[in-house]
Write a protein of this length. Structure first.
Length: 208
């Protein structure tokens, strides 16, 4: 469950019915479904849809802009990661959040979570490299051209896009996020119709 989804559930609690249905009524192992009123769901779909469109279109403008400096290469890399987040992660995440059920199957759930972690990691690494670039540009301008060349920036981008999928897809498909808590995860967290990113450190922080 994403952090955004958790906040949404808390915000929309007054709108829930007292006895929620299940995502799959014929299965006792199915997750509980929160039935939000249709006007609220339509409103949320419109809001989330606008956000997704703005995210995709805004980053498309950046990706098609001309690149002249090392900084722009890093900004381009950041735009690509955010663009892919908008296209791959945000749309199914919108449906999952509003419907409170996952209808796309277990395998696509793994792809979805892996993509979310990978692209979020890529965005964080890109921002980190941009901060390094700006540090030299502002604090050590005389060393900037020697320290931050196009080749150095390309190595940064290569590192970013090499590490991110290893972290994202490796963690999910090798089940490293539930290492040591497998029994609790399968007995108390997993249910049909759910797509939950669970990790022991995050679950501990949630209960602090």
């Amino acid at each position: 469950m994403t952090l955004f989804h958790s906040y949404f559930v808390q915000f929309s609690y007054p709108f829930k019915q007292m006895e929620p249905e299940r995502c799959f009524e014929s299965r006792n192992t199915s997750c509980l479904k929160s039935n939000y009123p249709i006007p609220l769901r339509v409103t949320l779909y419109i809001i989330f849809g606008v956000i997704i469109i703005l995210t995709v279109c805004g980053n498309l403008l950046v990706t098609f802009s001309q690149l002249h400096t090392p900084t722009n290469y890093l900004i381009f890399s950041l735009a690509v990661s955010d663009l892919l987040l908008g296209m791959i992660v945000m749309f199914p995440g919108m449906i999952h959040t509003v419907e409170s059920c996952w209808y796309f199957g277990d395998f696509f759930c793994q792809i979805y979570m892996s993509s979310d972690v990978s692209l979020s990691t890529a965005s964080i690494l890109n921002l980190s490299f941009i901060s390094v670039d700006r540090y030299y540009a502002v604090c050590q301008p005389l060393l900037y051209r020697r320290k931050i060349s196009v080749n150095v920036v390309l190595i940064m981008i290569l590192i970013c896009w090499s590490i991110s999928p290893i972290i994202g897809f490796g963690m999910i498909f090798l089940k490293l996020n539930i290492l040591g808590v497998e029994e609790f995860y399968y007995n108390h967290v997993v249910c049909e119709g759910g797509c939950v990113f669970y990790s022991k450190p995050l679950s501990c922080l949630k209960h602090l």
